[in-house]
Write a new protein. Structure first.
Length: 161
C-alpha cells in the first residue's frame, strides 16, 4: 500500500423505501483533486443500511486503489457514533463487521459531516465542504432523483463526536 497523504472520503446515499433500492456515492479527495464514484444496491431495507453500505463501498474502493490513510465523512450521526463506539446493531450487523475488519487495513478516522467548520482534538480544524465537493454531491443527488428518500443538505448535523 501507498504510505501517502490522508484522503478525505465523503459518502452519501439516496434510498427508496418502496423499492428497497439505494444509490451509494462517495467522493475521494486527496487535497490535489477530487473524484466522485457511485454504485447501486438492491434489497436495502433501511436508510441506515444504505449509509453503512456507502461507507463500506468507499473503504473497499480505497483499499483496492492502494490508499492507506483515510478520513471517512458521513452525515449519518447514528452510523458514525455506532462505528466509533464499535457497537453492533441489528439490521446492519454484517456490514458493520466488514467495516470493522476493513478498518484494520487503514490509518482511519470516522467523522460526522457538518456544514460548519469545527475542531477535532488531535486532528485540528476540519474545514467546511468546498464548493466543488458540495457541487459534486448536488449533481450526484440530482442524478438519483428516482430514489425517494434523498437527505437534504440542511439536515446535516452541526454537533459532532
Amino acid at each position: 500500500m501507498l504510505s501517502g497523504p490522508w484522503h478525505s472520503v465523503f459518502t452519501d446515499v439516496a434510498w427508496n423505501s418502496s423499492t428497497e433500492e439505494a444509490g451509494l456515492g462517495w467522493i475521494m479527495d486527496d487535497e490535489i483533486s477530487a473524484s466522485q464514484y457511485s454504485a447501486t444496491s438492491t434489497h436495502v431495507t433501511s436508510l441506515l443500511l444504505a449509509e453503512t453500505l456507502a461507507v463500506l463501498a468507499a473503504m473497499d474502493f480505497a483499499l483496492s486503489h492502494g490508499i492507506d490513510s483515510i478520513a471517512v465523512l458521513s452525515d449519518s450521526h447514528i452510523l458514525i457514533n455506532t462505528i466509533k463506539k464499535k457497537v453492533m446493531k441489528l439490521g446492519i450487523f454484517g456490514v458493520l463487521c466488514d467495516i470493522y475488519h476493513l478498518s484494520t487495513s487503514f490509518k482511519i478516522h470516522f467523522l460526522l459531516l457538518c456544514r460548519i467548520p469545527w475542531h477535532v482534538e488531535g486532528l485540528g480544524h476540519i474545514p467546511r465542504l468546498t464548493r466543488l465537493e458540495w457541487n459534486i454531491i448536488k449533481r450526484w443527488r440530482t442524478r438519483r432523483r428516482f430514489f425517494g428518500n434523498v437527505p437534504k443538505e440542511s439536515s446535516f448535523a452541526d454537533d459532532v463526536i
